[in-house]
Design a protein around this ligand. Structure first.
Ligand code: FMN
Length: 319
């Protein structure tokens, strides 16, 4: 998610769940090809499994960017066919690619020819007023035939390219989970993942009866500790889940190390992703307030995290 799932957020998420696949922000393929690769691609050792999501519609650039992702150690590269933002539309990629399945096939084939890691796609169930199931079925069916792509992450609502903001495009077009379930029924050999409006572990478990995987966006960002149960519940991993106190201590150590690394990281770059960490605990609001207070952040001193944690710790009863 743009501006949200940068390497700091993802590394924090990795402390909470060992197994969940993490996805980068969408990175423009041109930025990778012609820009500062380190800035767009570097990540923390230990963050994997991690996928790089690319935005673009030029098969040549996408192939070079995919290769760079593989070289940096990404485990998957994903093509965005779901973003409705006007800026992305101007670049003729994102959701409007759903109207040009041949071009999507060319892009995916060029990318897959360049790398060994899986190339996957994230898309909507249609664009604008295309409301029939057949629209998404044809899109997936064509790509299945013409490409080696076997993993489809489906945001279960349309993208309305005209008249809705990106935010409204995540809320207004109705969710149609049944379309995604039907894709899995019709294409059982494909890996079909569902996305959109899913916020609880009970909902995830329910969806997993019908599809191969679930992608969680906003809730995993606003309430990261939701992911704490995922290893045990969905991956059969018996490691004990991380404690809040350990996570606060980790965040403190990580912030100090990153600030000291000389890469220009400041405390705010890291803690802004941790505001929801204490979600549902007493004094969560104090945690959030302290870690977003410009006056407190300006010293760039990670001890602020420990101070904020003390406020949470003393207000809660721990077992
Ligand atoms: C701030 C923000 C940025 C997003 N950026 C991307 C992106 O870069 N690539 C993408 O495929 N989806 C992006 N999305 C959409 C989410 O991945 C997801 O499809 C959508 O929010 C619905 O899932 P959710 O209800 O679990 O959040 C973004 C969403 C938000 C809120």
């Amino acid at each position: 998610m743009l501006d949200w799932t940068d390497r700091h957020y993802r590394f924090m998420a990795r402390q909470i769940t060992r197994n969940t696949w993490l996805y980068s922000e969408m990175v423009n393929s041109g930025a990778v090809v012609y820009g500062d690769k380190d800035r767009f691609l570097s990540f923390n050792e230990g963050e994997q499994p991690v996928a790089l999501q690319l935005g673009g519609s030029d098969p040549h650039d996408l192939a070079i960017a995919a290769k760079a992702a593989e070289t940096y150690g990404y485990n998957e590269v994903n093509l965005n066919c779901g973003c409705p933002s006007p800026r992305v539309q101007k670049g003729a990629f994102g959701a409007c690619l759903m109207n040009d399945v041949d071009l999507v096939a060319d892009c995916l084939n060029a990318m897959q020819d360049a790398v060994e890691i899986p190339v996957t796609v994230k898309h909507r169930i249609g664009v604008d007023r295309q409301t029939e199931y057949q629209v998404v079925a044809d899109f997936v069916g064509m790509l299945r035939e013409k490409t080696a792509c076997r993993t489809y992450i489906v945001h279960a609502r349309n993208a309305w390219l005209d008249g809705l903001s990106p935010k409204e495009n995540r809320e207004v077009p109705p969710l149609k989970y049944e379309y995604v379930y039907r894709l899995k029924q019709e294409f059982p050999d494909l890996e079909i993942l569902i996305n959109g409006g899913i916020t609880t572990n009970e909902e995830i478990a329910e969806h997993l009866k019908f599809v191969d995987g679930v992608m969680i966006g906003r809730e995993a960002y606003h309430n990261p500790m939701l992911m704490r149960d995922w290893d045990a519940r969905f991956y059969n991993d018996t490691h004990a889940p991380i404690q809040y106190a350990d996570l606060a201590a980790w965040l403190y150590a990580y912030s100090r190390e990153q600030i000291a690394s000389g890469r220009g990281t400041i405390l705010r770059h890291i803690v802004r992703h941790a505001l929801g960490l204490m979600h549902s605990l007493k004094n969560a609001r104090t945690w959030r307030r302290m870690l977003s207070d410009a006056a407190l952040l300006k010293d760039n001193d990670g001890s602020l995290i420990l101070d904020a944690w003390k406020e949470v710790e003393r207000a809660n009863i721990w077992d």
